[in-house]
Ligand binder design. Structure first.
Ligand SMILES: *[C@@H]1O[C@H](CO)[C@@H](O)[C@H](O)[C@H]1NC(C)=O
Ligand SMILES: *[C@@H]1O[C@H](CO)[C@@H](O)[C@H](O)[C@H]1NC(C)=O
Ligand SMILES: *[C@@H]1O[C@H](CO)[C@@H](O)[C@H](O)[C@H]1NC(C)=O
Ligand SMILES: *[C@@H]1O[C@H](CO)[C@@H](O)[C@H](O)[C@H]1NC(C)=O
Ligand SMILES: *[C@@H]1O[C@H](CO)[C@@H](O)[C@H](O)[C@H]1NC(C)=O
Ligand SMILES: *[C@@H]1O[C@H](CO)[C@@H](O)[C@H](O)[C@H]1NC(C)=O
Ligand SMILES: [Cu+2]
Length: 796
């Protein structure tokens, strides 16, 4: 019955193909009926009724919906020591700060002289306490929050960080994590109150410049048609300084600047401290001509034709939205068959993983998911077949550094963990785009600085993926065998400004774990000024990128992603080894281990490859190099496999770029992690992240970066953290418009003598002996059709 039905389904599908969609419905019906009857009779006798209406719906009567299994055991985050804070906990924390008068109100802040909470996220337990609890039934750990408070009312104003907890009862304490005045107010990240004040600060200038703006920018008026963009990199080299560059651009979608159509009008706002009456604008530029001390000076120069002018063509403003609106171009014909649904996968017998709060279990893997609004998602306590491999795997920082020839945007650097990887946009999982229908979605929470309220997003999706490929295969004269690659995916799409980063973790049946991150979204462009005196004879490109639209240049930049990888290979006592892939003469190879005198006579060539091991003695940073190829291994030298070899895991970056800026660049200390692909440090509770939230605004004296952690400590048989950095360089081209399509990088954690043999041979597999007498296969799926949605999922 099943096979007959599927045969018919296939035939019916083929028939659908034959019957071209453009033919009128009546014709379809007639042909369908005729062909259906003919084929139906040909295929089987008696059941051709199914074909008579030539309709898939009638097939579905024969095949029922796939069974589902709710993977969610519960969603109680508060019972987990690693889960993100809950809304209730955030409210409790805010109430405690209120009670202690650290903040005075939970109303929307309107003035910089107020104290308010800018972010809040789980403060994970110290590792020692967490392990005592996880491994030895130690006392309950309690949940704590880390809170950033902008204290505009302090004198001097500053930023403070607190730890609040244990949450859940009324015994919660507040611990100050920073000292008063330690984090200078002027090195804080931007937030809404400041942006509002920055907008106010330029209002008068925009009035003065109104004639210039209207004439240059197709009759545009500020703020009706135009707005200002203030995130143009560091707000000063020293913590005490704050000078905010702004650039004018068209309004994009809903209350946002259109980063694809920024305009050649910029300036700087001197914006330190809380007394906004003392802020002033200066350094105005128009078409890179300046600086003008104030808007009037620029306007005068313009009026008297002392400067070069730009005049966007009439009607240009009406075209900007069209250039970037991410909708199918209705003027283009559909590709053949593109109106039909594409191939897809589904769960034929329900989910094979479980979700209990933040704890995920699948096929021998188990781990906890955590997340914070600043640095994104972390995984904790990752075990495979009960043995712990990784204590923490966290995204730590994402940096984008631009290069271009523009008065406001040259040298823009974004440290996205300062903006917040999980707090910027109403992030949501797009079912069927981000993840399959059948994925489970988990929320993460954030504190909104603008509203002083907690919020939550659907930001993580979890599902088992069908790789549609072998994890391994082999066939020879006596058998054919293989295992279909299926893996568990944890995927976190994020949106920070113009870009979307998708962080993913793929858990494989053989103990491999891939961490990847990809970038998509809008590029950030610079005004294309073809008359610029810096333009060479080639009017299509500059040293900083290509022209990608009438007035847009795609500025070159990098995307660099730093991860914290706290491997605990079976225990915390680990050692880092570097395997060096060498080439040389045969004697050299032997002499790395024994001192022999002569090359054995049986070597056909006197040259060979060989490997050498180096055990890292002290904290170390490393870079990938094609000339000096290495394998990076974390081993536990007290734990041996069956063959006596120390058990370990390899850390292997996928294709990645390298930092090209030299130490001479002023950001290279704060962003020191970008110089290395891998750095190994002894784990410390006070070395949690690769960067500090504030260093981008105090480049001259950064206080929380990787180079400060690398201080030669011994790393033999220690609790190690490996900091892995990968990324790509982006030369934007016309294909990045309107949308950059996904480009990925990442790294692989791979068992390295960790198991006695291939770890997946406990899985049901396909095997067939050549004489067909011995045959095994993976669990077979009953024919069923994909569940349309999951009833237990509210948002499908
Ligand atoms: C709160 O702090 C006080 C004093 O610092 C300490 O004695 C008490 O044990 C703390 N309570 C908790 C629950 O940590
Ligand atoms: C602009 O600068 C000029 C020259 O420094 C000065 O005379 C003028 O008063 C300034 N105008 C405004 C509006 O500040
Ligand atoms: C698309 O289908 C039409 C009509 O069947 C056919 O003429 C055309 O060659 C096809 N185009 C491509 C690119 O396959
Ligand atoms: C997840 O977040 C959505 C809002 O985005 C909310 O409606 C839903 O109740 C949340 N789910 C849980 C389990 O908290
Ligand atoms: C290796 O062999 C080549 C010729 O086969 C010879 O020219 C060369 O000197 C040898 N090198 C060494 C290091 O023995
Ligand atoms: C670390 O130790 C090595 C030698 O063991 C030495 O050459 C180097 O200068 C030291 N670096 C620091 C930062 O102390
Ligand atoms: Cu890019």
């Amino acid at each position: 019955m099943v096979t007959e039905t599927s045969k018919k389904t296939a035939l019916a599908d083929r028939m659908k193909t034959v019957c071209c969609c453009q033919i009128l419905g009546a014709v379809i019906f007639a042909i369908g009926l005729a062909v259906g009857i003919v084929i139906g009779l040909f295929v089987n006798h008696g059941q051709n009724r199914i074909f008579q209406s030539h309709n898939i719906v009638s097939m579905e009567r024969q095949v029922s919906q796939c069974p589902t299994r709710n993977p969610i055991i519960h969603l109680d985050y508060e019972s987990s020591i690693f889960a993100p804070l809950t809304i209730r906990e955030m409210i409790q924390v805010a109430q405690i700060l209120l009670k202690q008068s650290i903040i005075l109100s939970l109303n929307e802040p309107t003035r910089l002289t107020q104290n308010f909470i800018t972010s809040m996220y789980l403060h994970p337990p110290t590792k020692a306490i967490a392990l005592a609890y996880l491994d030895n039934g130690g006392p309950s750990v309690g949940r704590y929050a880390k809170v950033h408070v902008q204290r505009g009312s302090a004198s001097p104003p500053d930023i403070m960080e607190y730890k609040v907890g244990p949450l859940g009862d009324n015994k919660a304490n507040i611990t100050q994590l920073t000292k008063e005045g330690d984090i200078h107010f002027n090195s804080r990240p931007y937030e809404k109150v400041e942006i509002t004040n920055l907008k106010n600060a330029i209002a008068k200038d925009m009035n003065i410049l109104a004639p210039l703006i209207a004439e240059s920018f197709d009759g545009a008026m500020y703020p009706r048609d135009l707005t200002a963009f203030f995130f143009n990199g560091a707000a000063g080299f020293r913590a005490e300084e704050r000078d905010t560059r702004f650039v004018i651009g068209f309004w994009g979608f809903k209350n946002k600047v259109d980063l694809f159509h920024l305009l050649p009008l910029s300036g700087t706002i001197h914006s330190p401290g809380t007394d906004t009456s003392r802020w002033y604008t200066h350094m105005f530029y128009y078409l890179n001509q300046g600086p003008y001390r104030n808007a009037s000076e620029l306007m005068e120069s313009y009026r008297h034709n002392k400067i070069r002018k730009i005049k966007l063509p009439d009607g240009y403003r009406d075209t900007t939205r069209d250039r970037i609106f991410p909708k199918r171009d209705e003027r283009k014909p559909l590709r053949n068959f593109s109106h039909r649904p594409g191939s897809r996968s589904y769960e034929p017998d329900g989910a094979r993983y479980t979700v209990a709060g933040s704890k995920i279990r699948w096929m021998g893997w188990e781990f906890d998911i955590s997340a914070g609004q600043m640095r994104g998602v972390s995984l904790f306590d990752i075990r495979f077949k009960r043995e712990r491999i990784i204590y923490e795997l966290s995204s730590s920082e994402t940096v984008v550094t631009y290069a271009n020839d523009d008065s406001a945007q040259n040298g823009i650097i974004y440290t996205d963990a300062s903006f917040g990887l999980l707090s910027g946009h109403p992030i949501m999982i797009l079912r069927d785009v981000d993840c399959p229908q059948y994925a489970t979605i988990l929320n993460t929470t954030y504190w909104s600085s603008a509203t002083q309220k907690p919020g939550q997003y659907q930001s993580i999706c979890i599902f088992e993926a069908d790789g549609q490929e072998p994890l391994w295969r082999h066939n020879d004269y006596s058998f054919a065998a293989g295992l279909r690659n299926r893996y568990l995916v944890v995927r976190v799409p994020t949106a920070v400004g113009n870009y979307d980063y998708i962080f993913e973790y793929h858990f494989y049946l053989d103990g491999k774990l891939y961490t990847t991150v990809s970038a998509t979204g809008y590029i950030h462009t610079t005004f294309w000024d073809v008359q610029s005196p810096h333009m060479g004879s080639d009017k299509t490109k500059t040293p900083f990128g290509y022209r990608v639209s009438d007035y847009s240049m795609g500025a070159i930049h990098d995307h660099t992603f730093g991860f914290k990888v706290d491997m605990d290979v079976i225990s915390m006592s680990n050692t880092f080894k570097v395997i060096k892939w060498r080439a040389g003469n045969i004697l050299d190879a032997f002499r790395t281990q024994v001192n022999i005198q002569e090359q054995p006579p049986y070597f056909a060539y006197n040259q060979t490859r060989y490997i050498e091991w180096e055990t890292l003695q002290q904290e170390r940073e490393m870079q990938l190099s094609y000339d000096d190829q290495t394998f990076w291994i974390v081993v536990n030298d007290k734990e041996k496999n069956k063959w006596g070899v120390e058990r370990g895991y390899q850390i292997a970056p996928l294709k990645t770029a390298a930092q090209t800026l030299t130490e001479a660049h002023p950001a290279m200390r704060a962003l020191s992690f970008t110089k290395y692909h891998c750095a190994v440090t002894k784990r410390k509770e006070d070395e949690q992240h690769l960067t500090s939230t504030y260093d981008i605004n105090r480049l001259e004296n950064p206080k929380g970066h990787l180079d400060l952690m690398l201080d030669n400590e011994s790393i033999i048989d220690q609790d190690l953290v490996t900091w892995v950095t990968v990324g790509f360089l982006h030369v934007p081209t016309s294909e990045d418009v309107p949308m950059t399509t996904k480009v990925a990088t990442g790294f692989l954690l791979k068992p390295f003598n960790f198991f006695d043999n291939t770890a997946s041979f406990d899985m049901p597999e396909y095997y067939e002996s050549a004489d067909h007498k011995d045959y095994t296969h993976e669990p077979e799926a009953e024919a069923c059709h994909e569940a349309k949605y999951r009833k237990f999922c509210k948002y499908c």
